[in-house]
Structures are given as C-alpha cells and as structure tokens.
Ligand binder design. Sequence first.
Ligand code: ADP
Ligand code: MG
Ligand code: MG
Length: 532
Amino acid sequence: MPGFDFASWPPTLSKVQLEELTVYATSYALSHGLLYLPPVLPLPTVPSAAIHAPLALFPSPIPRRLFEKAQKLQRIYNILYSRVALDEAFLDKVMGAEHGVGKVDDFTGQLWRGWKALRDEGINQLQHLGIFRSDYLLHSLEDQEPALKQVEFNTISSSFGTLSQRVSELHRYLHKATSYYNVSPHLRPDRFPPNKTIAGVASGLAAAHAAYSSSKDTRILVVTQDNERNVFDQRWLEYELLDKHSIRMVRQTLTQLGRTGRVDPATRKLYIDVPTDLEPAGFVEVSVVYFRAAYTPADFPTPAHYTTRFLLERSTAIKCPSLPLQLAGGKKVQEVLGQAGMLEKFLADGKKYSQVFSSEEIQELRSSFMGMWGLDVGEDMLLPDVEAAKSGKESFGVRKAREEAKSLVLKPQREGGGNNVYKEDIPAFLDTLPPQEREAWIAMQLIVTPANVGNYLIRAGSVSGSSESQTPVRTDVISELGIFGWSLFGDDGGDSKVEEDTVGWLVRTKGTESNEGGVATGFSVLDSILLV
Ligand code: ADP
Ligand code: MG
Ligand code: MG
C-alpha cells in the first residue's frame, strides 16, 4: 500500500492488552521450540532448561514490492556468488594472501593458504553447497518511497532461518488468538507472507546429500561452535531432514573433529568416529559438511583447528560452504562486485556462461547496492593509492572516509556481528589503523532507515523465572530483512550449471540506539513481516 505511515507503527495497546499478549507470545515460544539455551557457561553436556528467544510482539512493516524484489533478486545472487566461488583467479586477486586482502588480514590469509595448498594437491570434490542469506534494510530518504538496499551477503553459517519461521507462526497465532485486539486494520493474515524456511534450507542440504552419490548410509555433519546456545535453530533442520528426507545429522565441534575425523587416503572419503554408533568401528561416512562454525578466528584457538578445517575440505564430502565459497562472502568481494563492469563479468559473459542476465536484471541488482570503497584506494577509487604509500600520507580512501564519516560504516573481513566501526567513531579509529591494514577494510555508505517506526520488544527469557515484570516497552526500531537461498554447483569445465532455489526469509529487529544487529550477539530480536 503506497503511503503506509511507518511512524504510526506499532498500534497502541493498553497495559493490560500488552501484558496478556506477552503471556500468549512467550508461552507459544516456549511450547513451539522458539528457544535458546540459557546463558550459563560452560553449557551442560545434557541440556535440561531453555529460555525463549528475544521477540518482537508485532510483525514489522515491509512494502510488498520490496519484499517481492528481494525474493526475485535472490536467484541472481545465488548464481552470482556461485560463479565468484568458482573463479579462482578473481578470488586470488581479491582475497588471496599473495595479492589480495589475505596479505594483511591473518584470518582471510589462513583460509586462502589452506585452499591454495589443497588446489596444488588436487581438489577431491568439485561440487559446492551454499546456504545463503542476503540481508537488506529499507533506505528511506525524505520525500521518497523506501528502497531496498543490501547490507551484506552471507555465504557461511547463515542462521535463524528456522526460528524465523517459528516467529512468523507466532505472529499468525497471536492474530488467531486475539485478533491483536483489533488495534490496527493493517493486521490481516493476508499481509503475513508464508514462511517455509525450515523445509527450504533442509531441501538444499538434502540436494547436496543426494548429489554425493554413495550407496552407503551417509550422514550430514554439522560443525558447531563450542558453547553454542542457538542449538534449537539447528535442531529444527535435523528433525526436518530426518522426517522428510530420512537423512541423519551428526553434530561435532572442530575440536572434536580433530580427534574423530579421518580422510581415507585411497578414496578421500570423510569418516567420523561417532562413539555411540553401531557402525563397524563406530565410523560413519559424511556426505555433506554443514558449517555453523569456522567463520570467525575465535573458532580456531589453535593451529590444529585449521588443520582440521583443511582435513574436512580435502575430503570428498560436499562442503557448505567450501573454502572458496566462504572467501566469496568477504565484505571485500561485496565491494569489488560494486565496481564498474564486475556484475557484467559474472552475469553477462555469454562466452563463459550458458545462462546470462539482461542489463535490466543487472541494473535491478545493482540498485540494491550502497556505495562502497576500499580504504587503501587512490583517487580512481579502484587501485591502491601508491603516491600516498610512498609519501607516508593518508590514502585518498582514508581521507574520503574521514570527510564522510557521519554517513559511513567501516567493515573488516569478519562475520558474526560486533566488528564494524560507525560514524563518529571513524576518525579516531582511522588515527590508529596501521597503513598496511587499510586494505582489509571497506567503507560503506549508511543505509537510512524509516524514522520513528516502533515495536514492542520482548527480551530473551531468563532461567531464574524472576517475578520482575517482563511487559515490553515500545522502542524505536530498525528491521533487517534476510532472504535465504541455496545453490549447489560445481566446476564442469568453465561453464557451471547451478542448481539453486530461493527458500525463505527472516526479519531481525533492533532498537535504533544500537548500530549493530545480530540476535546472537544480543543486539536484536526475531521478528516477521507485515506486508504494506
Ligand atoms: P556481519 O557479517 O558481522 O553481520 P554486517 O555487514 O551485517 O556484518 O553488519 C552488522 C550490522 O551493522 C548489520 O546487521 C546492520 O545492522 C549494521 N549495518 C551494516 N552495514 C550497514 C549500512 N550500510 N547501513 C546501516 N547499517 C549497517
Ligand atoms: Mg550481518
Ligand atoms: Mg555476515
């Protein structure tokens, strides 16, 4: 509906209504697995208590045309990032440890060197699986209709797909149970888009499992983090795979896999020791390695953890993601894809690819980008500022970031939230950034979200069951839309056939006082969509 007044959201509830709705919401969350393990570390081996996830009481308004646009773009993004992952020369140049960001960013360099060593040895699995999440905010300049702008594209450990489906179901339920007390004419079930993310993400894993042709009873391995509290988001996928696809999942951390993982020297198949299993010698064969860890240096406390990561990569199991696909998700790649001609290189080259995209489609994709540049660049905004490097002066990219700091965010090559530098913090940060590290950072224009949109945010539950009132208060918010897609692809001699799908969505909503999002990091809550 054009002209939806974002500032009128959410409708007003009385205190009594709010309290009652909150009881409905938290009870539903607790009884439908919209849960987290409590923050009591170290986590017990056998969990016996859970708390509900942080939640928004109302769905958040998103214009229907932008939701549809985001879903339409996902197919192109799935193919784009698959092709980037297959372009070794491109990744060497942008992310490599000899020519790219890997020179100055240790974590990127480690991953790239591990990948390079395996390439020299010969890759044993040419297929890759990506489970992606493309994240967007509404960009809302004064007097203009909001536009869709991409925050980032995640190629590893894209999480909250399954809990997001549960929140959509929660908001539907609240409507069924209470009609939201008829406080808004906008709250109608036909404005709540369906959310089938659990089946969708599982279908990607199942497609890769099927592509790993093996007659044996193979398993999907989920590589998890130590002390992971977001286990239910992962378990729902396990249950879906069992129920709908008869595929078993096993969960192990990189630390465990250092002891339990073996690659058969002859066949290069991956086996892991599952002590409780009835298989001969307790070893089971792995079809797909699904990483819900290994995206941050903290997941690699010792060099042995890298060795284990590369052992998994060396095997014939299909990796989700492979090392090149993980590298393709770097913020630097996102910035380079915004440079002139780059989208055309990957999407419009009819000599290289059997499937190409029209200039209209490419333009539509490009219209979702914000301006970005590398901090090391010179005045052409592309190549390193050699003059500045010689004279010891600041690069053009850094000077521009200082001048425009108020409308910028700086990002390193990291995932998982909490790594960026915003607005007024930028100049002081630039004062301390060693010149050689500039290359590892990108500057990105800030997306300006609609002002004065609110919601009632319910904080995560507590185990103590304290009697303190949990009634939420209205908070000004920013909602980030994520679209899930998957892609199964392999190098079949230049042109690559990509099997892909667009499979669901999530909304994370945060108070405007926080620059960062991230449900896991405690900045935001899970939410769903009201189409307007
Ligand atoms: P990460 O991979 O750590 O999640 P993101 O690029 O998603 O990194 O940045 C984290 C958060 O910072 C986002 O969820 C969003 O809330 C905020 N953010 C990132 N880029 C922008 C931007 N260009 N404009 C406004 N907010 C942004
Ligand atoms: Mg993010
Ligand atoms: Mg990310």
